[in-house]
Structure formats: structure tokens, C-alpha cells
Write a protein that binds this ligand. Sequence first.
Ligand SMILES: *Cc1c(COP(=O)(O)O)cnc(C)c1O
Length: 367
Amino acid sequence: MKIQIAKPNIDQDDIDGVIEVLKSGWLSLGPKYKQFEQDFAKYVGSKYALAVSNGTTALHLGVKSLNLKAGDEVITSPFSFVSSSNCLLYEGVKPVFSDIEETTFNIDPFLIEKSITKKTKAILPVHIFGQPAQTDEIMKIAKEYNLKVLEDACESLGATFKGKMAGTAGDIGTFAFYPNKQMTTGEGGMLVTDSEKIYDLCDSMRNQGRSKNGDWLIHERVGYNYRMDEMSASLGITQLKKINLMIEEKRRIVALYNEALKDIEGVEIPRVGPDRTHSWFVYVIRVKKGKRNKLMNELGKDGIQTKPYLPVIHLQPFMRKMFNFKVGDFPVSENVSRETLALPLYIGLEAKDVEYIVWKIEDALNG
Ligand SMILES: *Cc1c(COP(=O)(O)O)cnc(C)c1O
């Protein structure tokens, strides 16, 4: 591959920070994860932030700490990465899918009410690709029906809805720092909340069920090892320092793509809904007329890596087996999913690379 789809942005500060941790010999439960949590809480504007081993474990702790249990139902988007509903399955909670908006690919708030039953306990919106869902409408419904809200903001760090950071409107928000996300810690995740009770509970659960001031070998509850190590946390601190610059740089590259692609027959560029900012986890176009897979193959031959973001969750093999989902259950998500394609987007992608990619797209689609 000549042009890969994503790349982390690692500079000398990132490297120096990790080396400093290694030299200190304090590799876990040291000062770095606390510092990262403080910095992160301040950045997104939440009271508490809890660093964990990845985004999926953040979601799992979210489900546990909201007391969601076997037999409960949670309304969520079928157009997402699989872990936003897997975190429910871990606890026997049923993901109840509700279809998305054609424009932003986020859960359509005006369809949610139809899926509410006596068993519904929460809404789990996923802010997809770097763009927040209509958080105000979702919060309104949650209030009316007394539902919890667990926001999966793993793809949307730094994006805002009506000026508020994605992941900070609900009871809990989760973030992820896998190397293709807006910032990375290698593997890593974060849970944010304004509730001290939720924070304390999650703090214990991520650390084997230990209590705050108790003995190391006394466990108050069933816990997990979902801790973030100090090397990752150090990377988190230095990455977070430049998060706004990284998001701005991606916005600049996205503007180049938009300008070059907007008039190409058979391509739809991404749409950003009103009242929000986009933080560009990935740049996803729609390829019309059934030509998505062909385009992906052609671009691959030209050394341009792309990915069909995202296959719908309800049609994943294990989901079909568990719940008997079938094609046509969530038509908007399925139509979108058949046409979407993520193009290369990373800091360091140059104007001439964008030009080359767009030229190859035009060539493959329209000869
Ligand atoms: C990346 C991601 C996660 C968490 O991923 P991890 O690989 O576990 O860090 C969760 N939900 C969505 C929508 C994601 O894109």
C-alpha cells in the first residue's frame, strides 16, 4: 500500500514522555494516568474522567455502573462499530436497534420513541465518524421516559453539539484511543461522568474490585483489570496537548477532499448537520449506483487503502444467529452501509496525495 487509510501522529514529545516513564520504573498505577484523567476531564468539560484499557472496557464499565442487567433493553444504533452493542451483550442486556438519519449516519432521534418498551432502561447513542448525534433531542426523550444515556463518543473526541463536547451530555460518555482515533495511547480508553458515585464504582471495577482506601488484597465486588498503564497514559498526556491542532489539521485535509470531490458524478461528500462541529475520525463518502466495492478494489490496485465503514451490526453473523435479524430490518442503515467508503485521512496526507486519490476515484467511476 502506498497510501494507507490512517496513521497515528507521534512526535518527539510523545516519545520522550514514554521513555521517561520507562526510565522511572513506575509502569502502572503511577502519576501519569491520574494526570491524564485530570487533563482529559478539563478538555471535555466533565467532572470526572477514568482512564481504562480500551474503549470497549469503558463501555462495559458504563453498562455495569448504570446497573443495566439481563433482560433490560437499550436503544442504540445499528450503524456502528460492533463494540457499542457488544458491551450490552456482555451483561445479557438486549440491544434494540433504531434506524439512522440519512444525512449524518447517526441514530434518528425521532424514531427512538417507537422502540421504547417497559424494559427499556437506557439509550446508547453512538457519535459516528466524528460527528455528534442530535444530543438535545435524545436527552429530551431520555428525560421524558426516565432513561439513562450512555454516549459512545469513541469516534468523536473534540466534536461538539450546540457547543457541548460529545460524550458529556449523558450520564456517561466513553472515548477510545486505538491508533486510528483522533488521538492515541496505543490501546486505551476513557470514561467520563459528572457523577461521583459512578466514578467511584468504575474506579473500583477497573481495579479488580478494590476499594479506594482499602487493602490491596481485599476486593469489595467483582472487578476487572481494565487499568491503563503508565506508558499509555503518558502518551495520552502528550497527545491531548495537541488534540486541537490535530483536529484542525484533519479539517484542513477534509476541506481539500470536499472541494475536489463535490462535483464528481456518483460521489456524495459527507454532510455535517446543524449546530455541531465534526472532529473527523474518518472521512467517509457515499458511492452511488452499486459501485462502492468496485471502486474499493480499483483504488487498492492503485495503492490507495480504503475501508467499507461500516457494516451494519445487526447483520453480523453472530447477531443474525442470536436475534434472527434479516436484511431489510433497518433499511436506512443498510442502504448507507452498502455505499459508504472511508478514504485515507491522517496528519501528513498531502494536497498532492488528495489530488491523486480524487483523480483515481474519478477515473475508476467515470473513466
Ligand atoms: C473504536 C470504537 C470503540 C472502542 O474501541 P476499542 O478498540 O475497544 O478501543 C467503541 N465504539 C466505537 C463506535 C468505536 O469506533
